[in-house]
Design a protein around this ligand. Structure first.
Ligand SMILES: [Zn+2]
Length: 259
């Protein structure tokens, strides 16, 4: 594997018609990925797609807003986590951008805590979704860091859009941060990327969403992670090869991948 897309949704219906071609383009370029579930069904699909591909992995979890009807059933996820491709619990977390109602935000926090407990009991890292909710995410993670099994708490903050200060807090809590194609056309992330140590940076596409600059507006796919890596390299002042190696080894370290 030469590159890894740390957060993709190849399990999304946007890939139903040509998943085989998308996968063969990835193989040609030796690009792996972690396919991320957002509810029980899509988590199952992530496992299904990754189970026979040595460079594909899966994360299983319930997103704070993607499927509001699902009632989190820990036993079902615990069972699914036995599949060998499963390397993380998520994406789970808090989304206050799309949820303004206080009561429902409290429910998001409960759901997040349930999934943190599951991750700790399985000794798995978390793939965290966090939008406009960095303070509360940090409060909750600190709670668990201090608690029993706190040393097992670790993971990645996907699509990081926080400040330099939040980044420091996440690093102290044993979390890395991943960046998407947005960094190829928006400069809002430049300062925070420059401030984070290389060892805490991951590259992702979040495909089918947020295509990098040349393909902006079109469906995204994992092979375009190379553009994210190129922009990260530019911002960090290192070679593209070095950035590719670094993001791959960081992802392998956080998620315990054998690559
Ligand atoms: Zn996602």
């Amino acid at each position: 594997m030469k590159l890894i897309d740390a957060h993709s949704h190849l399990n999304s219906k946007e890939f139903d018609s040509d998943l085989k071609e998308v996968i063969s383009r990835m193989k040609e370029k030796e690009i792996g990925t972690i396919i991320v579930g957002t509810d029980y069904e899509s988590s199952g699909r992530a496992v299904e797609i990754s189970q026979n591909e040595p460079t594909f992995f899966s994360a299983i979890g319930l997103h704070p807003i993607d499927n509001k009807d699902e009632v989190f059933n820990e036993d079902l996820y615990r069972d699914l986590a036995k599949e060998k491709s499963v390397v993380a619990i998520g994406e789970c977390g808090l989304d206050y951008y799309w949820e303004k109602n206080e009561e429902k935000r409290a429910r998001q926090r409960d759901l997040f805590r349930s999934q943190i407990r599951l991750a700790l009991s399985l000794d798995l890292p978390l793939m965290i979704h966090c939008r406009n909710a960095y303070e509360d995410t940090i409060v909750i993670l600190k709670e668990f860091k201090k608690g029993e099994d706190g040393e097992k708490l670790r993971g990645n903050i996907h699509f990081f859009a926080g400040t330099v200060e939040f980044a420091k807090e996440f690093i102290e809590l044993s979390f890395t941060m991943s960046f998407t194609g947005v960094i190829t056309f928006a400069s809002d992330y430049d300062e925070v990327i420059k401030s984070i140590p290389l060892s805490s940076i991951l590259a992702e596409t979040d495909c089918p969403f947020v295509s990098p600059a040349p393909n902006r507006g079109k469906r995204n796919e994992p092979i375009f992670v190379n553009q994210v890596v190129a922009r990260l390299a530019e911002l960090k002042g290192v070679s593209v090869e070095k950035m590719a190696e670094t993001t791959l080894s960081n992802t392998a370290r956080v998620f315990g991948l054998s690559v």
